[in-house]
Write a protein that binds this ligand. Structure first.
Ligand code: SAH
Length: 459
């Protein structure tokens, strides 16, 4: 059969791909359907034809899947941030569990049976909305020249106006409106990427889930804004406002935050609590975006580490020392390593704040600090925890872990494809997978976080 762009067909969606796309077959030919839900009967239109497969979009939902729900967000399709909001939440959890298994089997080369046996059930949320404690809204103009804030439409830099994102805090809208009002009244312009002109680029909002403390940081194309006092006065009115700052970013870049932070009012950081540990969080520091699920994630990591009190633990990619301090409650000594100096400053303060003196932090790349310490001091570890960004661990980091040979490695991952790649290396050498548990930190998106326990084979 010959396929052409814009041809229409009826298909049944039989499966869903790792990016949340529906998968169906037309005459044996695989078609990836944007926004298709497993179980849907659809009329689709082909948008792109490749040799062995094609892409399509939905023309009409003929019979909706029983797993299709009405998304709370009216613009979820255009925004693209929540790729699977139309999929029933219980099915989302299933989808994520399967995604992890698929990656471990296909990329890691592990046996499906063994993986399924090692897997604990995924931890979902009771209320999978309003969970994000952080939002970064780009600022721009609509066609009529009005100032808008919103999100970039999937893979573009076109701003879809949104003030009240359903996975973010209800408080965001008020803050955004205040900033817009201030901009209008003082002729402050939004930044334009094409001309590199204009003043305000992004608005960062962070809210302490437990403390209700609010941080606002405006990312600007310059050093100073006109009438900053007025902006401060307006924002201070909001209950819980704790920290107002400016982040200068004058580069032509997709990186949101500038490196320099200037405090306008209040404290340089906000605090939040996870379990019984208190953390201070600065604008440039990484902090997990879903505080409720983070507690479950860290508890799982702690449970997998199964500390008895005498252990030495290394926490690589430690951010502001969150996992380090969780582990320090049960270990003799914890070392944390992190690349962002501001995060380590927070980490050291956090250790003091929680009166934990059995933790030491190092600034630098995990793949440099760990080998350096190992070669020079022959440091020891009973447990190594890693929690790298999506790209996973660097080869040099994995090689050093294999030299140090801790009894356990607890791998916390936000991307199961790089997790699978790294576990393959560790398990080809000296470790085996004992347990895996996914935690749904990013409900309605296709992303999934998981914790894996590796045990040294001779132990
Ligand atoms: N464990 C922390 C942070 C995890 S996010 C938490 O749960 O909050 C990953 C962290 O790795 C980020 O803080 C990032 O700044 C840091 N990072 C990225 N590349 C790194 C590298 N090569 N070496 C050390 N840290 C790195």
């Amino acid at each position: 059969m010959e396929f052409r762009k814009n041809d229409c067909f009826s298909v049944v969606i039989e499966d869903m791909g790792n990016d949340g796309e529906g998968i169906g077959k037309v005459d044996g030919f695989t078609v990836f359907v944007k926004d298709g839900i497993v179980g849907d009967h659809l009329l689709i239109k082909l948008t792109k034809i490749k040799k062995n497969y094609a892409y399509a979009r939905i023309e009409k939902v003929e019979i909706p899947s029983p797993f299709r729900t009405i998304p709370r967000c009216p613009i979820h399709k255009q925004c693209g941030g929540c790729q699977i909001q139309a999929l029933d939440y219980m099915e989302q959890l299933e989808f994520k569990q399967r995604k992890v298994i698929n990656h471990l089997v296909r990329i890691g080369g592990f046996e499906q049976d063994r993986i399924e046996r090692s897997m604990d059930s995924i931890i979902g949320m009771e209320e999978p909305y309003r969970y994000r404690n952080k939002a970064q809204y780009p600022v721009g103009r609509d066609k009529d020249g009005n100032i808008i804030t919103g999100f970039y439409a999937g893979r573009t830099h076109v701003i879809i106006p949104v003030e009240d994102c359903m996975i973010g805090s209800e408080k965001n809208a008020k803050i955004l409106n205040i900033v817009k009002k201030y901009m209008q009244e003082n002729c402050v312009t939004p930044y334009d990427e094409l001309t590199h002109k204009g003043e305000i680029r992004h608005i960062l909002i962070r809210i302490g889930q437990d403390t209700d403390e609010i941080m606002v940081s405006l990312v600007i194309n310059g050093k100073k804004l006109p009438k900053e006092e007025m902006l401060i006065q307006l924002l201070r009115e909001i209950k819980g406002m704790t920290s107002i700052s400016i982040s200068s970013n004058t580069e032509k870049t997709n990186v949101i935050m500038g490196k320099e932070i200037r405090l306008l009012w209040g404290s340089e950081f906000i605090t939040d609590r996870i379990g019984s540990v208190i953390f201070r969080i600065s604008p440039l520091s990484f902090f997990q975006v879903n505080s409720i699920q983070t507690e479950k994630l860290y508890r799982t990591a702690l449970e997998y580490a199964d500390l008895q009190g005498g252990e030495t633990v290394w926490d690589l990619y430690c951010g502001i020392g969150t996992i380090s301090l969780f582990m320090a409650q049960k270990a003799a000594k914890v070392y944390g390593v992190e690349i962002v100096p501001e995060a380590i400053r927070d980490a050291r303060e956090n250790a003091k704040l929680n009166q934990m003196d059995n933790v030491t932090f190092f600034v630098g790349k995990a793949e440099e600090i760990l080998p350096e310490k190992y070669e020079s001091e022959k440091i020891h570890a009973d447990v190594i925890v890693v929690d790298p960004p999506r790209k996973g661990c660097d080869q040099a980091c994995l090689e050093t872990i294999l030299k140090m040979m801790p009894e356990k490695v607890v791998y916390v991952s936000c991307d199961s494809s790089t997790l699978a790649r790294d576990l393959k290396i560790l398990c080809e050498n000296a470790y085996e997978i004992k347990k895996i548990r996914a935690v749904d930190q990013f409900c309605h998106t296709v992303h999934v976080e998981c914790v894996t326990l590796l045990q040294r084979i001779d132990t």
